[in-house]
Design a protein around this ligand. Structure first.
Ligand SMILES: [Fe+2]
Length: 199
């Protein structure tokens, strides 16, 4: 058990992240935000009871996903990435950070290098490819928010922090064909989140 005011409590972590986001909204310094998010979430990542926390989340690419914290401007998720499953390049429309809790994750960020004149055609260039270790953070920030990742071991878990709601229209890139598709995320479609408000 983590006492509510210890660094490992979700509430403390959320308060620290909210403060970090407020600072970022003033200074626009994403390097500072990234460090502050890591400082806020590492005590949670290191909790012995981490995998007992949270409630089930319907995700877009994976099955085992949970909400640890949610408001309409900030979310903290605990996600399991299946060993060897390549999650192809995609964007988000908001910033997203990943803190590795267990296992090993190959994380790649991309830049679009085509002139965007042909609909459905895209060329991506790898900006950075890192093999994340436990306790590492990776972050993507619009307009450079395209990434892919792949768990390299079994039991790869990460905390994912998202700076608001994902865009309802996201780009999913195919590296082999140099194409992209604009799609609504599966979780938004299947949960009915796109339907109008009940009358
Ligand atoms: Fe992502």
């Amino acid at each position: 058990m983590s006492h509510p005011d210890t660094p490992g409590s979700i509430r403390t972590c959320a308060a620290r992240m909210i403060h970090a986001v407020e600072v970022y909204e003033r200074d626009g310094n994403s390097d500072k935000l990234r460090q502050a998010l890591l400082d806020a979430t590492l005590p949670v990542a290191q909790r012995a009871d981490l995998y007992k926390l949270g409630v089930k989340r319907q995700a877009n690419h994976i099955e085992n996903a949970k909400w640890l914290y949610y408001d309409d401007q900030l979310t903290l998720e605990l996600d399991e990435f299946p060993n060897g499953k390549f999650i192809p390049p995609h964007d988000h429309g908001v910033w997203e950070a990943i803190v590795l809790c267990n296992g090993s994750l190959k994380h790649t960020t991309y830049e679009r290098v085509d002139d965007r004149s042909v609909e459905g055609h895209s060329e991506l260039k790898v900006v950075e490819e890192v093999m994340m270790k436990v306790g590492d953070i990776a972050m993507v920030v619009p307009p450079s928010d395209i990434h892919s990742f792949e768990a390299m071991t079994a039991d790869t878990f990460a905390l994912t922090i998202v700076g608001g709601e994902y865009s309802p229209l996201r780009h999913y890139y195919n590296l082999q064909n140099n194409t992209y598709a604009v799609r609504t995320p599966r979780a938004l479609r299947e949960t009915g989140a796109l339907a109008g408000a009940p009358r």
